[in-house]
Write a protein that binds this ligand. Structure first.
Ligand code: F6R
Length: 591
């Protein structure tokens, strides 16, 4: 996590540019921020605790054509100004911004301390400028010194470094994303994500793991960190627009992205049919298919266990990506790993891919961000085409993931056309559902339960992973203690938690488990729960009823939408910013 952004080129307001640009990366972390600008062979630095969105870029509008900036999600060391980036060497001649973790930093710091270096922060990052300084005793060339320093780092990181004398911006990555924006008239931009520089260019080049890049603003060179060999790069044009990545008239990204599901589900469904059939075949022919993802994406994988079972009569295995390492005994060259990730950068997912590849298994990635590491490193990939998702809480990516997984299950059952029709009808029903009256009804329920500190959600079949997902959504933005359960599990323990007035949400469909989940809801009501049914039909089991369309096997997509809206309004009504939940960041590039 953490966002980094740097620029070198012909523009003379570099400080203002990187400050304005890094505001677009605030979803990656927002504990503190900092900027370093080069001006007349001196580096000037500003850093503060808090969110960068409140900072006026014009305060940095002095003459400078080279700058780096950072927005932090703390890993090593608390949220203090000293721990904020950029970090510098003692003389202030080398500035570095860093995302990731240098795992061998203790050993390197001890070594540097013995050589007289003094450290001011508690971060692993601060060793980077000091080590570069140390390497400058072995080479005159700043870029070579950065390379030599990087060769000593262990862990996953992305960094930008500049010095006070050369007009050189150096970037390196191993495990965390970095993208170069290319503009013939302006120079080069290097950032953790594309929105940072989209006001200036839509032409990008991706750094791969183990690569570094050196630019003076006029030309650029990509090389392998270890060997120094040149790495040729393609220029790629970005197809989405900056407007898609902005809030528009909405107060928060989260609500904007929930509402975008009117269109994004249909975009996910309109896949190349031959590709879907090829993937369905790959699953059919695999000896063991495993699905992994984290958090919300993991819940999409878990729901697909039910999709593949009910629709395609086929067994697949879900594991949270962070647990998958322990499954390596089950993997063989004929196994298939399907990874699901919005960002395409999640460290635990990349780790799972590494495990599968080490056993010779093939990897299929279902991702949202085109050009992301997971997309590029997989053997096959499918994009869900949700468009940029900026709110930390994942919403439209989930329904895109569910749609694509269902489509593959239908293709396996030789019913791809039926699946497509059902999903497009579901998208149309969701479009109708997202009307102002419906949203007001959910707001009213949010008003009713906003002061509660505990909330439970139950579901069966694919509504069980959706109950778990509902809990994640409510927890992360409203900070209410929420938990999801399989309806049948209540009587084995959780029902003891129910008190008079405890809000309990039941996710219900119109299928073979409807009677069971309704009787679970009645069991809750009998213990005093205030029950809220999300269901196509009214039932005496519900104190409140949120009507949803009957979408058959696609019910999971429909049922999660009112919960996303409810989570949003619970956050707003409790005075929380749903786009920036405490302790979280959008893209989890650390293990
Ligand atoms: C919750 C949420 C997270 C992500 C998880 C995986 O709303 O957004 O749980 O789903 O961190 O991220 P991706 O999908 O980018 O791999």
């Amino acid at each position: 996590m953490c966002g980094i952004f740097g620029y070198v080129g012909s523009r003379i307001n570099a400080g203002q540019m990187v400050i304005d640009g890094i505001k677009h990366l605030e979803y990656r972390g927002y504990d503190s921020w900092g900027v370093a600008c080069k001006k007349d062979n001196e580096i000037s630095v500003a850093k503060e605790i808090g969110k960068i969105s409140g900072v006026n870029g014009e305060d940095f509008a002095f003459h400078s054509s080279q700058a780096i900036a950072h927005t932090r999600w703390a890993t090593h060391g608390g949220v203090t100004e000293l721990n904020a980036h950029p970090h510098l060497n003692e003389e202030g001649t080398i500035a570095v911004v860093h995302n990731g973790i240098i795992e061998n930093y203790t050993e390197l710091r001890d070594e540097l301390k013995k050589k007289g270096h003094i450290f001011l922060s508690e971060t692993d990052s601060e060793i980077i400028p000091h080590l570069i300084e140390e390497e400058l005793t072995n080479t005159q060339d700043f870029a070579s010194a950065v390379r030599r320093a990087c060769q000593r780092f262990e862990g996953r990181y992305a960094l930008l470094a500049m010095d006070s004398t050369s007009q050189t911006l150096v970037a390196a990555r191993t495990g965390s994303p970095l993208i170069v924006g290319v503009s013939p008239q302006d120079g080069y931009f290097i950032a953790s994500d594309i929105p940072a520089f989209m006001d200036y260019t839509r032409t990008v080049q991706y750094l791969d793991d183990g690569e570094m890049v050196v630019t003076d603003g006029k030309s650029i060179l990509f090389t392998d960190i270890e060997t120094g060999e040149e790495r040729p790069k393609r220029e790629i044009e970005i197809t989405w627009t900056i407007e898609q990545a902005q809030k528009g008239d909405f107060e928060h990204y989260m609500l904007k992205e929930i509402m975008e599901q009117k269109d994004s589900i249909a975009r996910a469904v309109n896949q190349d049919e031959d590709q879907i059939l090829t993937l369905a075949n790959a699953i059919r022919n695999a000896r063991g298919t495993f699905l992994v993802g984290c958090g919300t994406a993991g819940k999409a994988c878990m729901a697909s266990e039910y999709f593949f079972s009910v629709i395609a009569d086929h067994h697949v295995n879900f594991a949270p990506a962070s647990e998958f390492k322990l499954y390596h005994h089950f993997l063989q060259p004929e196994s298939l790993l399907i990874v699901v990730s919005q960002s395409g950068e999640t460290a635990d997912v990349l780790e799972a891919m590494k495990v599968a590849k080490s056993k010779g298994a093939k990897v299929l990635a279902i991702v949202n961000v085109e050009g992301s590491t997971i997309e590029r490193e997989a053997d096959y990939s499918l994009l869900i085409n949700a468009g940029p998702e900026r709110a930390v809480a994942s919403t439209k990516a989930l329904t895109g993931q569910l749609a694509v997984l269902m489509l593959i299950a239908y293709a396996m059952a030789d019913k791809l056309k039926d699946g497509k029709t059902l999903l497009l009808e579901t998208a149309a029903m969701i479009n109708d559902m997202l009307n102002p009256r419906y949203i007001q009804r959910i707001q009213d329920i949010a008003e009713l339960i906003k002061e509660k500190e505990d909330l439970y959600i139950i579901g069966k079949s694919w509504n069980y992973p959706m109950a778990l997902e509902s809990a994640i959504k409510i927890q992360e933005v409203s900070y209410i203690h929420a938990e999801g359960f399989a309806g049948g599990e209540l009587k084995h323990g959780p029902i003891a938690l129910i008190e008079e007035g405890t809000p309990c949400i039941a996710l219900v469909g119109n299928d073979e488990v409807t009677t069971d989940i309704l009787s679970n809801t009645i069991e809750l009501k009998a213990r005093g729960a205030h029950t809220i049914g999300v269901a196509p039909e009214r039932s005496e089991a519900f104190d409140e009823w949120l009507k949803v369309p009957d979408a058959g096997t696609a019910q999971a997509l429909v049922n999660i939408i009112p919960i996303q809206i409810l989570s949003y309004f619970l956050a707003v009504k409790r005075g929380k910013n749903p786009d920036m939940p405490r302790n979280l960041a959008k893209s989890v590039t650390v293990k």
